[in-house]
Design a protein around this ligand. Structure first.
Ligand SMILES: Nc1ncnc2c1ncn2[C@@H]1O[C@H](COP(=O)(O)OS(=O)(=O)O)[C@@H](OP(=O)(O)O)[C@H]1O
Ligand SMILES: Nc1ncnc2c1ncn2[C@@H]1O[C@H](COP(=O)(O)OP(=O)(O)O)[C@@H](O)[C@H]1O
Length: 169
Protein backbone atom coordinates (compact mmCIF):
# COMPACT_ATOMS: atom_id res chain seq x y z
CA UNK A 1 0.00 0.00 0.00
CA UNK A 2 1.25 3.49 -0.84
CA UNK A 3 2.55 5.53 2.08
CA UNK A 4 0.34 8.31 3.44
CA UNK A 5 0.38 11.28 5.79
CA UNK A 6 -2.01 10.48 8.65
CA UNK A 7 -2.81 13.85 10.20
CA UNK A 8 -4.31 13.75 13.72
CA UNK A 9 -6.08 16.96 14.70
CA UNK A 10 -8.07 17.92 17.78
CA UNK A 11 -8.02 19.89 21.01
CA UNK A 12 -5.11 19.87 23.45
CA UNK A 13 -5.52 16.67 25.49
CA UNK A 14 -7.72 15.02 22.86
CA UNK A 15 -5.22 12.18 22.39
CA UNK A 16 -3.25 13.12 19.24
CA UNK A 17 0.21 12.35 20.66
CA UNK A 18 -0.93 9.17 22.39
CA UNK A 19 -2.62 7.76 19.28
CA UNK A 20 0.12 8.76 16.83
CA UNK A 21 2.78 7.14 19.02
CA UNK A 22 0.80 3.91 19.35
CA UNK A 23 0.08 3.84 15.62
CA UNK A 24 3.78 4.38 14.90
CA UNK A 25 4.61 1.29 16.99
CA UNK A 26 2.20 -0.77 14.88
CA UNK A 27 3.20 0.56 11.45
CA UNK A 28 6.95 0.50 12.13
CA UNK A 29 6.92 -3.31 12.17
CA UNK A 30 6.61 -3.22 8.36
CA UNK A 31 7.21 0.34 7.16
CA UNK A 32 9.39 3.41 7.62
CA UNK A 33 7.45 5.85 9.80
CA UNK A 34 8.00 9.21 11.47
CA UNK A 35 5.88 11.21 13.92
CA UNK A 36 5.76 15.01 13.56
CA UNK A 37 4.32 16.30 16.84
CA UNK A 38 3.37 19.97 17.19
CA UNK A 39 4.82 20.21 20.69
CA UNK A 40 8.17 18.87 19.49
CA UNK A 41 8.28 20.91 16.27
CA UNK A 42 7.64 24.04 18.31
CA UNK A 43 10.94 23.45 20.17
CA UNK A 44 12.95 23.60 16.91
CA UNK A 45 11.72 24.04 13.33
CA UNK A 46 8.77 26.16 14.47
CA UNK A 47 10.24 27.79 17.59
CA UNK A 48 9.66 31.32 16.30
CA UNK A 49 5.89 30.83 16.09
CA UNK A 50 3.20 31.57 18.67
CA UNK A 51 -0.53 30.97 18.78
CA UNK A 52 -2.08 33.75 16.68
CA UNK A 53 -4.11 32.46 13.72
CA UNK A 54 -1.33 33.66 11.41
CA UNK A 55 1.37 31.76 13.30
CA UNK A 56 -0.73 28.60 13.54
CA UNK A 57 -1.29 28.70 9.76
CA UNK A 58 2.47 29.03 9.18
CA UNK A 59 3.08 26.24 11.71
CA UNK A 60 0.74 23.97 9.74
CA UNK A 61 2.24 24.94 6.39
CA UNK A 62 5.79 24.15 7.47
CA UNK A 63 4.68 20.87 8.99
CA UNK A 64 2.85 19.84 5.81
CA UNK A 65 5.90 20.73 3.70
CA UNK A 66 8.13 18.66 6.01
CA UNK A 67 5.64 15.78 5.74
CA UNK A 68 5.80 16.02 1.94
CA UNK A 69 9.58 15.58 2.01
CA UNK A 70 9.30 12.43 4.13
CA UNK A 71 6.49 11.08 1.91
CA UNK A 72 8.78 11.40 -1.10
CA UNK A 73 11.31 9.18 0.73
CA UNK A 74 8.70 6.48 1.30
CA UNK A 75 7.90 7.21 4.95
CA UNK A 76 4.49 6.97 6.55
CA UNK A 77 4.14 10.36 8.24
CA UNK A 78 2.02 10.70 11.37
CA UNK A 79 1.29 14.31 12.32
CA UNK A 80 -0.11 15.35 15.71
CA UNK A 81 -1.08 19.02 15.50
CA UNK A 82 -4.15 20.82 16.86
CA UNK A 83 -4.79 22.27 13.36
CA UNK A 84 -7.76 24.31 14.60
CA UNK A 85 -8.62 26.26 11.45
CA UNK A 86 -10.40 25.17 8.26
CA UNK A 87 -7.82 27.15 6.32
CA UNK A 88 -5.00 25.00 7.73
CA UNK A 89 -6.79 21.84 6.62
CA UNK A 90 -7.36 23.29 3.14
CA UNK A 91 -3.63 24.07 2.93
CA UNK A 92 -2.86 20.46 3.89
CA UNK A 93 -5.01 19.20 1.02
CA UNK A 94 -3.26 21.55 -1.39
CA UNK A 95 0.24 20.56 -0.23
CA UNK A 96 -0.27 16.84 0.31
CA UNK A 97 -3.04 15.99 -2.19
CA UNK A 98 -4.15 12.35 -2.27
CA UNK A 99 -1.53 11.34 0.32
CA UNK A 100 -3.41 13.28 3.03
CA UNK A 101 -5.61 11.31 5.46
CA UNK A 102 -7.22 13.48 8.12
CA UNK A 103 -8.27 12.04 11.49
CA UNK A 104 -10.35 14.19 13.83
CA UNK A 105 -9.55 13.05 17.37
CA UNK A 106 -12.99 13.96 18.65
CA UNK A 107 -12.85 14.48 22.41
CA UNK A 108 -15.18 16.97 24.12
CA UNK A 109 -13.54 19.99 25.75
CA UNK A 110 -14.89 18.90 29.15
CA UNK A 111 -13.07 15.56 28.85
CA UNK A 112 -9.82 17.26 27.73
CA UNK A 113 -10.10 19.60 30.71
CA UNK A 114 -10.61 16.64 33.03
CA UNK A 115 -7.62 14.76 31.56
CA UNK A 116 -5.42 17.90 31.53
CA UNK A 117 -2.29 15.77 30.90
CA UNK A 118 0.08 18.76 30.96
CA UNK A 119 -1.75 20.96 33.47
CA UNK A 120 -2.42 23.53 30.74
CA UNK A 121 -6.18 23.85 31.27
CA UNK A 122 -5.68 24.77 34.92
CA UNK A 123 -3.21 27.46 33.80
CA UNK A 124 -5.80 28.68 31.29
CA UNK A 125 -8.40 28.83 34.09
CA UNK A 126 -6.11 31.07 36.13
CA UNK A 127 -5.40 33.31 33.08
CA UNK A 128 -1.76 32.24 32.76
CA UNK A 129 -2.23 31.24 29.08
CA UNK A 130 -4.08 33.31 26.47
CA UNK A 131 -5.50 32.30 23.07
CA UNK A 132 -5.98 28.72 24.18
CA UNK A 133 -7.71 26.53 21.60
CA UNK A 134 -11.29 25.63 22.47
CA UNK A 135 -11.39 28.10 25.38
CA UNK A 136 -10.22 31.50 24.15
CA UNK A 137 -9.19 30.69 20.56
CA UNK A 138 -11.26 29.00 17.84
CA UNK A 139 -11.45 25.34 16.90
CA UNK A 140 -13.44 24.92 13.69
CA UNK A 141 -15.33 21.62 13.77
CA UNK A 142 -13.78 19.51 10.98
CA UNK A 143 -16.27 18.96 8.16
CA UNK A 144 -14.14 16.96 5.76
CA UNK A 145 -12.17 14.59 7.98
CA UNK A 146 -11.54 11.16 6.48
CA UNK A 147 -12.19 9.66 9.91
CA UNK A 148 -13.46 10.83 13.30
CA UNK A 149 -12.38 8.90 16.39
CA UNK A 150 -14.38 9.27 19.60
CA UNK A 151 -11.97 8.70 22.46
CA UNK A 152 -14.26 9.46 25.39
CA UNK A 153 -15.35 5.94 26.34
CA UNK A 154 -12.52 3.95 24.76
CA UNK A 155 -8.94 3.24 25.64
CA UNK A 156 -6.11 4.33 23.31
CA UNK A 157 -5.37 0.78 22.14
CA UNK A 158 -8.99 0.29 20.97
CA UNK A 159 -8.87 3.60 19.08
CA UNK A 160 -5.61 2.72 17.34
CA UNK A 161 -6.88 -0.70 16.34
CA UNK A 162 -9.94 0.99 14.80
CA UNK A 163 -7.69 3.41 12.87
CA UNK A 164 -5.31 0.66 11.75
CA UNK A 165 -8.13 -1.51 10.42
CA UNK A 166 -9.66 1.37 8.45
CA UNK A 167 -6.37 2.43 6.88
CA UNK A 168 -4.93 -0.99 6.12
CA UNK A 169 -8.01 -3.12 5.32
N1 LIG B 1 -2.55 28.99 23.40
C1 LIG B 1 -2.36 27.70 23.12
N2 LIG B 1 -3.29 27.01 22.39
C2 LIG B 1 -3.07 25.70 22.11
N3 LIG B 1 -1.97 24.99 22.50
C3 LIG B 1 -1.03 25.64 23.22
C4 LIG B 1 -1.19 27.01 23.57
N4 LIG B 1 -0.09 27.40 24.29
C5 LIG B 1 0.70 26.32 24.39
N5 LIG B 1 0.14 25.26 23.76
C6 LIG B 1 0.85 23.97 23.60
O1 LIG B 1 1.16 23.88 22.20
C7 LIG B 1 0.69 22.67 21.66
C8 LIG B 1 -0.11 22.91 20.37
O2 LIG B 1 0.75 23.18 19.32
P1 LIG B 1 0.30 22.87 17.84
O3 LIG B 1 1.47 23.21 17.00
O4 LIG B 1 -0.25 21.50 17.75
O5 LIG B 1 -0.88 23.93 17.63
S1 LIG B 1 -1.50 24.53 16.28
O6 LIG B 1 -1.83 23.41 15.38
O7 LIG B 1 -0.52 25.43 15.68
O8 LIG B 1 -2.71 25.28 16.72
C9 LIG B 1 -0.25 22.05 22.66
O9 LIG B 1 0.07 20.68 22.63
P2 LIG B 1 -1.04 19.52 22.75
O10 LIG B 1 -1.55 19.65 24.15
O11 LIG B 1 -0.26 18.27 22.51
O12 LIG B 1 -2.10 19.75 21.70
C10 LIG B 1 0.11 22.73 23.99
O13 LIG B 1 1.00 21.92 24.71
N1 LIG C 1 -9.02 6.71 23.89
C1 LIG C 1 -7.99 7.53 24.17
N2 LIG C 1 -7.19 7.94 23.17
C2 LIG C 1 -6.14 8.77 23.41
N3 LIG C 1 -5.81 9.24 24.65
C3 LIG C 1 -6.57 8.86 25.69
C4 LIG C 1 -7.71 8.00 25.50
N4 LIG C 1 -8.30 7.78 26.70
C5 LIG C 1 -7.57 8.46 27.61
N5 LIG C 1 -6.53 9.11 27.01
C6 LIG C 1 -5.53 9.94 27.72
O1 LIG C 1 -5.71 11.29 27.31
C7 LIG C 1 -4.45 11.96 27.30
C8 LIG C 1 -4.23 12.54 25.92
O2 LIG C 1 -3.03 13.30 25.93
P1 LIG C 1 -2.20 13.59 24.62
O3 LIG C 1 -2.06 12.37 23.79
O4 LIG C 1 -0.95 14.30 25.03
O5 LIG C 1 -3.18 14.61 23.85
P2 LIG C 1 -2.85 15.68 22.74
O6 LIG C 1 -1.60 15.22 22.03
O7 LIG C 1 -4.05 15.67 21.84
O8 LIG C 1 -2.68 16.99 23.46
C9 LIG C 1 -3.38 10.95 27.68
O9 LIG C 1 -3.12 11.07 29.06
C10 LIG C 1 -4.08 9.60 27.38
O10 LIG C 1 -3.60 8.54 28.18
Amino acid sequence: MKNKCIWFLGLSGAGKSTLSTLLKDKISKNEKVIVLDGDVLRTGLNNNLGFTDEDRIENGRRTAEAAKLFLAEGYWVLVALITPLDQMRENNRKILGGSYFEIFVDTPLSVCQQRDPKGLYSKVASNQIQNFTGVSAPFDIPKEADLAIFTKDKNPEECVEEIYQIIFS
